[in-house]
Each structure stands twice: as structure tokens, then as C-alpha cells.
Design a protein around this ligand. Structure first.
Ligand SMILES: [Zn+2]
Length: 494
């Protein structure tokens, strides 16, 4: 029998977002008579960035490099979080540290009054992805150490650079309004924003912008996948594997049977679903029957409702495996996020700025590194993306992010900017190598400039902000936000 799961991170009663009335962005665009490109139907406030102070690599590359060097894991991003907080603090932002029960989470605020425009900054690294920057071969700086294989050193730095530059110009122009930067730790473990939402940190913020390093440059329109992270543990009975195997009941056999059941289940899930895992504990010695094993699964699909339904099947597979092997199974949900709701109005603002700024300006060293990495990985030697994709359906990644939780409580749009060679993956040494090199930083510069322009456009356009909020209310009216967290849940790394 399965024991009931403990409270979150062990709660399974609500693993992902409720279904909601969704209006696909392109349908909304048609309904509003807004074109995909240019969005000329939207209020055009003029370019606030006229005479804007430049966002330069000389100023911001050292920050990105420092965070690259720290490469700190979820909820342990002490140096990275503090560095970004200090950058904001010395530019006149008031920083509140240690928010939502996380020592590495903060909120930085500048200006006053309405509108309140937010931007998300992430800075956590991934385990085992240490990599020499700019080297086109898998070579760790320190074997087994964390690395920025998702480019969050660029992500956090660009968000802060954009906020600083936008705030300088807000002051110069004497604009009313507030800029808020949300220092969001532990994105790789789907923790930070979920707790920041639960503790009400986005309350009073009108709209939020975000970005993520990718292989080309566009504005997200296809939602990332909803995900629930679940630990499945088996408890058996140990015995000498040769002297008295009949006295034991193997937790490893249970895990293998469970894993096989999931492998067979993959034939009967939607093509949009993803089920992947690592074995965290598989026993310690072949001559000792393991009495404890643990496998961690990521259960993903396009909607939280589908993930919830798949999780029921995962639970039954664990129960079956435990029954067959005379062991006990326990499921513990570690994290969950729903699929993001991308706000059409805000997305159009980002698109317009991205087209104005243009794709990253690569140099010869970037192109050489890109081709060397592609050669090493055996993918076509396409170099780097010089395109800005026109706004439209289907742009996005099947990865998940806790921006999904933020997007359920405040209108949100997300930008993607090329920071790695075409045809190469994230969560891979190739992204780490690029994130520590000029290649990644040229992408970061494009992101920062685009976000700075979007922040200013929104500060100058209360009507646009109101339009984004009205759209948000329409899209989410059927389903008010419900946290996936238990009331007494506390942030903890898994
Ligand atoms: Zn990421």
C-alpha cells in the first residue's frame, strides 16, 4: 500500500494548475485586429529610448562572468543573488532581501506610483554542468561541479541591466511609475517563483516581463510544459544476497518493476507528454539486498490537468510494483508548475522592441566557437541565428519554468534570445561554454536592450498596461489562482 504523501513538498492533491478557459494568443490577435508583426494597432508611445544611456558589455560582462564563476545551485545562490542585489542597490533601488522564506530571493524597487512594471531575474546553476567557457569540447572547470548550462548568469544580469538602464531614463524623463526586479532563485528546481507567488510578492505589480537564453530570438507564444516533480521511494527488507536471499524483499526490484511499468505506459500517453527520471538511490552493494531505493520523475505535458491525470497513473504503477515485490512505495511531490499564460498585449510590446534592437551582433570569435561546437556535436554547421522570428504561434520550448506560476497571477510575457549555436541544446555543456563566452554575452546584450525598451514603453503607456490587465482578467476569469503548495510548505532544495 502507498502511504499518504506528506505535506508539500509531498502534496499530490493539486499537482498542477487548474484547467482554465484559454484564449490562444493568435486567436486573440485576430479578435483584436492586431497583426502578428509590428502591432501597429497598439498604442505607440514613441521610442522612450531616445538618448537612452547605452547598455554596454564593459559594464555588464564582468557581472555575468562573476555569476558564471560562482555557479551556485538552487537556494544556495548566495554570492550571485547578493551581487545582483548590490548592482541594483548602488543604482538607487531599495532591495528587500530574504523574501518568501528564501535567503537568496529579493525584490528591488525604484520609483513610485503607477504603473508598476516588474521583471524577473534568475541566477541558479545546474548540477554537473561545469565547463570551461569558450571551449568546444566537454571539459569541466571542476569535475562534477555545477555550471550555467541554462545561461542563468546571462538571464539575471540582463534583467538587472535592463532595469538599471530603464530606471536611469525614467528619472531623466521624470516619468511616474515603479520598476520592480524580482530576484527569483531555484528556477531549475521550480521553487522560487512558486513561493514568491504564494507569499503575495507580485501583488500590486501590474505586469511582468521575463526572458530566457535560447538558440534563436523570438517572443514565446507556445506555452512551456506544465511539470510535476515526484520522488518515488521503495522500502523493502534487507538480507545477505547469497546466504539468505529468501529473507529479503528488494527495494531495487520494486524500482525496476515500477520503471518498466512507466516505460510501457509511454506507449499510451499523449505525444506532448514527457516522462523522464534519474535513480537517486539504487542500493549500496550487490551482496546486500537493498531495503531502500529512490527514483525521481519529471512528469510533463501541455496542461497541468493532463499532468495531474498522468500522476495518478504513476501512483498506481508504484502501488503495483510495491504489491508485486512485497515492498512499500511512497510518492512525494517536490515541485510543480503550470503552463505559462503568455499575455498577447505584452508579447507584442516585446516583439516590437526585439525587432527594433535586432538579433545579437556576433563577432568572428562567436562564429568560430559556434561552428567548433557544432562540429564537436555532429550537428549541421549553421553557426548562429541572425534572425528575429516574426511573432506567431508555436514559438517556444518544451522545457518548463516556474514563470508559469507568476503568469497565473500577473500578466506576463517572455522573450527568447539566441545565446548558443543553432542546433545545440540547453542543460548541456555547449550552453555552459557559450554562456561564459562573448557569444552568450552578445545575446545577453540584445536581451537587456530589448527589455529596457519594453520597460520604458510600458512605463510611458498606462493604456497599454491596462489593456494587458484586461486581457489577463478575461483569460483567467474562469479559474482564480490556486497554489500548488500546501499552506505550511517551506522552500527546500531537492
Ligand atoms: Zn533556464
Amino acid at each position: 500500500m502507498l502511504t499518504p504523501p506528506p505535506p508539500f513538498p509531498g502534496r499530490t492533491s493539486r499537482q498542477a494548475g487548474p484547467t482554465r478557459a484559454r484564449v490562444f494568443p493568435w486567436r486573440l490577435a485576430l479578435a483584436l485586429g492586431v497583426g502578428w508583426v509590428g502591432a501597429t494597432a497598439l498604442a505607440e508611445p514613441g521610442h522612450a529610448q531616445t538618448a537612452a544611456p547605452d547598455i554596454s558589455l564593459a559594464r555588464w560582462a564582468p557581472v555575468a562572468d562573476a555569476i558564471f564563476g560562482h555557479a551556485e545551485l538552487a537556494l544556495a545562490e548566495h554570492k550571485s543573488a547578493e551581487l545582483l542585489a548590490q548592482e541594483l542597490s548602488k543604482e538607487g533601488f531599495a532591495v528587500e532581501r530574504g523574501v518568501a522564506g528564501m535567503s537568496t530571493a529579493w525584490v528591488a524597487t525604484a520609483g513610485s506610483g503607477l504603473p508598476v512594471i516588474g521583471i524577473l531575474a534568475e541566477y541558479d546553476a545546474l548540477p554537473g554542468l561545469s565547463q570551461q567557457p569558450g571551449l568546444a569540447r566537454k571539459t569541466a572547470i571542476k569535475t562534477g561541479a555545477p555550471g550555467h548550462g541554462c545561461g542563468h548568469n546571462l538571464l539575471g544580469t540582463a534583467a538587472v541591466a535592463a532595469a538599471v538602464a530603464a530606471n536611469q531614463q525614467r528619472r531623466t524623463l521624470g516619468l511616474p511609475g515603479t520598476i520592480k526586479v524580482f530576484g527569483s532563485p531555484a528556477e531549475e528546481q521550480i521553487i522560487g517563483k512558486t513561493f514568491m507567488v504564494r507569499d503575495g510578492l507580485f501583488r500590486g505589480t501590474d505586469v511582468v516581463l521575463s526572458w530566457h537564453p535560447e538558440e534563436t530570438s523570438y517572443v514565446y507564444s507556445r506555452p512551456r510544459l506544465a511539470v510535476t516533480v515526484v520522488d518515488v521511494e521503495f522500502f523493502g527488507t534487507t538480507a545477505h544476497a547469497a546466504a539468505a536471499p529468501w529473507a529479503g524483499r528488494s527495494a531495487l526490484s520494486a524500482l525496476e518493476l515500477f520503471d518498466h511499468a512507466i516505460a510501457l505506459m509511454r506507449e499510451h500517453i499523449l505525444p506532448t507528454a514527457r516522462l523522464h527520471r534519474v535513480i537517486k538511490a539504487g542500493g549500496v552493494a550487490a551482496n546486500v539486498i537493498p531495503d531502500y531505493t529512490k527514483v525521481q520523475y519529471f512528469v510533463r505535458d501541455e496542461t497541468g490537468a493532463r499532468v495531474s491525470s498522468m500522476l495518478g497513473r504513476v501512483r498506481r504503477a508504484a502501488e503495483g510494483a510495491a504489491m508485486a515485490t512485497e515492498t512499500r512505495a511512497q510518492l512525494t511531490v517536490r515541485a510543480a508548475t503550470r503552463e505559462p499564460i503568455y499575455n498577447e498585449t505584452l508579447s507584442q510590446v516585446l516583439q516590437r522592441e526585439l525587432e527594433r534592437v535586432g538579433a545579437p551582433a556576433w563577432d568572428e570569435a562567436d562564429l568560430t566557437l559556434a561552428r567548433d561546437i557544432q562540429r564537436e556535436l555532429g550537428v549541421p554547421l549553421q553557426g548562429l541565428s541572425t534572425a528575429v522570428l516574426p511573432y506567431g504561434p508555436g514559438h517556444g520550448a518544451t522545457a518548463s519554468s516556474d514563470v508559469g506560476e507568476t503568469s497565473a497571477v500577473v500578466p506576463l510575457a517572455e522573450l527568447a534570445v539566441a545565446t548558443r549555436p543553432l542546433g545545440t541544446p540547453a542543460h548541456h555543456w555547449a550552453q555552459t561554454a557559450s554562456a561564459g563566452h562573448g557569444l552568450g554575452k552578445h545575446g545577453m546584450l540584445t536581451a537587456a536592450r530589448t527589455l529596457r525598451g519594453a520597460l520604458l514603453t510600458l512605463l510611458r503607456s498606462p493604456d497599454l498596461v491596462q489593456q494587458a490587465k484586461s486581457e489577463f482578467q478575461r483569460v483567467t476569469a474562469a479559474q482564480p489562482y490556486q497554489s500548488p503548495l500546501a499552506a505550511d510548505a517551506r522552500p527546500e532544495s531537492w
